[in-house]
Write a protein that binds this ligand. Structure first.
Ligand code: CP
Ligand code: NVA
Length: 308
């Protein structure tokens, strides 16, 4: 069966745990190496990844490109506006054609159904590099970062503040797969997808929904937020006032555990969802988190291509 990675549940907890172990081992094995040098085993030598982008990206693009290079393979960057996809060629035909050229496809787009359709018609693995619904690759990197900073996943107290968006949906999935406690504080009207929450609760996650930012953060091991205005929602600036009580600032951060860490997938808007004092402060681990996109992506690619 072709291994698509459209959401974390496509791999499941055991495979993601294996990805995390592999990512740690590969990261440690290449400390201080030039970043373009391939890992000693070059496990994806001869393999090609097509990367289709319908939205902007800094981290996802660069980390996937470098991931393929470090695994001994290569990648092709394809901006959808320069593809026939951008002028009406169907997703199904695009999937069939790309499958004849490359070994795997990564896509970043808006509607999650497009990724599902691409996977349906592709005969090679499809990886979700962010949709309006979810961002699973980001959360593999986030789990890696949390573990590196000495936290264990079962029993972890994680607080999410702000918008109920795509990144949160994947955090909710992870809570179900790894049985951690998730406290979500978002304003009314901006809740995340209730299906993800239902599934996570059935799987044994302790998910608490609150309107009170202090209640969510009190005693947390990890505090997470994201932009209040995601890509494609640029018209939604009237959201700001509703979001302001959920800003992660020093006062709020001080109610978390003293060794709590702050995560943000980036790009960030200092003074909106997080203050500069927090994101540039001692509890912030955002640069490790951004670096870990690379290490996590390598393991996701290895899993999708049946090497893990
Ligand atoms: N976090 C993240 O996905 O960043 P980019 O939008 O830069 O890829
Ligand atoms: N929620 C953000 C994440 C960016 C990486 C967005 O979708 O724009």
């Amino acid at each position: 069966m072709t291994r698509h990675f459209l959401n974390l549940s496509d791999a499941g907890g055991d495979a993601i745990a294996a990805m995390l172990n592999d990512a740690v081992a590969r990261k440690n094995a290449r400390q201080a190496w030039p970043k373009g040098q391939a890992d000693a085993d070059a496990p994806l030598a001869g393999h090609m990844l097509a990367m289709v982008f319908e939205k902007n990206s800094t981290r996802t693009r660069t980390s996937f490109e470098m991931a393929m290079k470090q695994l001994g393979g290569d990648s092709i960057f394809m901006a959808s506006g320069q593809m026939q996809l951008g002028r009406g060629e169907t997703i199904a035909d695009t999937a069939r054609v790309l499958s004849r050229y490359v070994d795997a496809i990564m896509i970043r787009t808006d509607d999650h159904d497009k990724v599902t359709e691409l996977a349906h018609y592709a005969s090679v693995p499809v990886i979700n590099g962010l949709t309006d619904l979810s961002h699973p690759c980001q959360i593999v990197a986030d789990l890696l970062t949390v573990m590196e900073h000495g936290k264990t996943l079962p029993g972890l107290e994680l607080a999410w503040l702000g918008d109920g968006n795509n990144v949160l949906n994947s955090v909710v999935e992870a809570a179900g797969l790894f049985k951690f406690n998730l406290r979500i504080a978002v304003p009314e009207g901006y809740e995340s997808d209730s299906n993800f929450i239902k599934v996570a609760k059935v799987a044994g996650a302790n998910v608490t929904l609150t309107r009170d930012a202090n209640e969510a953060v009190a005693g947390a091991d990890v505090v997470v937020t994201d932009t209040w205005v995601s890509m494609g929602q640029e018209h939604a600036h009237n959201k700001m006032a509703a979001m302001m009580p959920y800003q992660v600032n020093e006062r709020l951060m001080a109610t978390a555990k003293p060794d709590a860490v702050f995560l943000h997938c980036l790009p960030a808007h200092r003074g909106e969802e997080v203050t500069a004092a927090v994101i540039d402060g001692p509890q912030s681990v955002i640069w490790d988190e951004a670096e870990n996109r690379l290490h996590a992506q390598k393991s996701i690619l290895l899993w999708a291509l049946g090497k893990l």
